[in-house]
Design a protein around this ligand. Structure first.
Ligand SMILES: [Zn+2]
Length: 343
């Protein structure tokens, strides 16, 4: 059983340590912490959504830039075609005049007959109209392309703006989240400190009124029991000595003094604290319900039974986790009980 049980009891005692202090204060602080945590979660969710939005916007922007590039090359092509077409028309017109191909008005009237005139006139007009139409068409295409290009440029600008604003918002959100995280950490630290202070006050206050103990300490479990965990284990968080013993085994006052606290609930379960004067106190935790024999303010003598071993509070481990968690505190600070007691 040895190691397994030892570890289990150590786990228990770590959880006991973390639930110390004023329950009301801890509850309040915990609520605030939960609130902050949920606020942080909401903000993080918002940030994730914004991230997605930014990605979508960037994709859209990319598409638009592509379209703009296409449009620009289309426009360049149109302009080139237009230039060619205009040159062609000019050349044609020039050659028509020089080669007498285009029939000037005078020559039209020189036509041999009306049919000839009409034929020449129709041909000329048709040719000119066709050319004109091609030029107009090209001009139109050019205008449409230009308008489209401008529209795309405007859109791109607008999207750039939105992107910028979204990123700003995102930055602010991230800052907020970081600040919240910091607040939560500070709150946790404050809570720990407050718990410590609360503990100090409740434990140290009665000392002045307490008659001094003998300074000789006796083993607090009748019949001895088995040590399952020592002081300072679990990364230093275990503040006492765990002595396993069968249910209701007598728990004895380690020295004479005055009972300064009898409490129940929380990680310690049923718990007694005895003040021995000179800033020294002993704590007895996980007491079996209905076995407490003393009241606050009552004087006790060394070796007097004050309660029975139990498994109340946070205990786990072999055989129901029955054990005494025994602490020695000097001015409210837990110290190694092995310096004061031995079997
Ligand atoms: Zn313990």
């Amino acid at each position: 059983m040895g190691n397994k049980r030892l570890v289990a009891v150590a786990v228990v005692c770590v959880s006991v340590m973390s639930t110390l202090g004023s329950p009301v204060l801890a509850e309040k602080s915990k609520n605030e912490q939960t609130k902050l945590e949920s606020e942080k979660k909401t903000l993080e969710e918002e940030a994730r959504k914004q991230d997605q939005e930014v990605q979508q916007l960037e994709q859209k922007l990319d598409d638009h830039y592509k379209q703009m590039t296409e449009q620009a090359s289309l426009l360049a092509g149109t302009e080139y075609k237009l230039e060619l077409q205009e040159k062609k028309v000019k050349n044609l017109l020039r050659s028509m005049y020089t080669e007498n191909y285009l029939y000037p008005l005078t020559q039209l009237f020189d036509a041999n007959n009306l049919n000839d005139f009409i034929e020449r006139y129709d041909f000329t007009m048709f040719f000119l109209n066709e050319q004109q139409r091609a030029v107009e068409e090209l001009k139109e295409t050019k205008q449409v392309a230009q308008e489209k290009k401008k529209k795309l440029a405007d859109l791109g600008e607008k999207q750039d703006q939105v992107l910028k604003e979204t990123q700003q918002k995102q930055d602010e959100l991230e800052k907020k989240i970081a600040q919240l995280g910091k607040d939560i950490r500070t709150l946790k630290e404050t809570e720990d400190q407050t718990e410590l202070n609360e503990q100090d006050r409740t434990l140290i206050a009665p000392h002045d009124k307490v008659a001094k103990g003998s300074g000789q300490y006796t083993w607090p479990v009748g019949g001895g029991g088995t040590i399952t965990d020592t002081f300072g284990t679990r990364g230093g968080s275990h503040k006492g000595l765990d002595i396993a013993a069968p249910p209701k085994t007598p728990i004895l006052a380690a020295d004479s003094g005055v009972v300064s606290m009898v409490s129940s609930g929380g990680g310690y379960g049923n718990c007694i604290i005895i003040s021995h004067g000179g800033g020294i106190q002993t704590r007895y935790a996980h007491i079996s319900s209905g076995t407490i024999l003393v009241k606050p303010g009552q004087s006790v003598s060394r070796g007097q039974q004050i309660a029975g071993v139990g498994n109340t509070g946070n205990v786990r481990g072999a055989r129901g986790g029955y054990h005494l968690h025994f602490e020695v505190m000097i001015n409210g600070v837990a110290t190694n009980p092995s310096r004061y007691i031995s079997r």
